[in-house]
Design a binder for this molecule. Sequence first.
Ligand code: ADP
Length: 283
Amino acid sequence: MISNVNYKAAGNTEQVNTSPAAAGEVNAIEMLSVEKVYPNGTRALRPVDLKIKEGEFVTLLGPSGCGKSTLLKMIAGLEDTSDGRLLLWKKPVDQIEETGHSLSFVFQEASLMPWHSVRKNVSMALELDNIPSKEAKPRIDKALKLVGLDRFADALPRELSGGMQMRVSIARGLVVNPDLLLMDEPFGALDEITRFRLDSDLLDLWRDNGLTVVFVTHSIHEAVFLSQRVIVMAARPGRVVADIKIDEPFPRKSEFRMTQRFSEYAMQLHEYLMDAAAEEDQF
Ligand code: ADP
């Protein structure tokens, strides 16, 4: 399901290779000591400090339960913060419209309406915003073309593969022209080959459309392939443990996955995850 949501230093965080924002670069997301305790007392996240620049592709990587989804939902305004300050383009999340920017959230499940065509599923995101159909049509056509589904506009979801259904979900996110795309393990349920293809297509979409992307995954390899920066997280309690720059040029071809450098990045992330797991429950 896609929704177009208009709307103190983490003690254990290790900063590695992060490039400070150069003069003139705009922070799309700023978190200052953002933490989350759910009403039932679960402490999902220790204080997080994080800045994400406009146009960056950043991945949140960590095991189940480390607070990745919670962090992403707080950025989307779908969950309240318990403490700290979270700003999108210098405004609180519920005032994003005032900044002239918008965001979309892509969930793990495509969650399409089975009785509606691909086109109708995508158009529903615009109907929520009361966009007139004359204006909506070219936007839907463009979004479907971007995800390579223009020939399937009249198909029903059951006629599509899992990967194609997820493309519809991404089109539904893109049709609202978001500046910020938040993706919660969008390819987690797909086979590896489809996932690789969608990873590559997502990088093209990101670069061609000047998006800022925050992408959640528990796959080390997916994180290395996609990201400019990987935020490594750990569980019990949920926390950020490292901020790693993946200093590789784009476009990244699938051959990148076979290189020594790719393996070195993967090993580095693996070690952070292992070290953090060894510390679990010591807080
Ligand atoms: P991840 O996305 O990394 O798997 P989550 O953000 O889903 O982690 O969850 C982090 C922690 O918060 C987990 O312990 C989870 O059980 C708990 N949690 C998530 N959502 C809720 C909720 N609505 N109420 C209470 N606890 C929650």
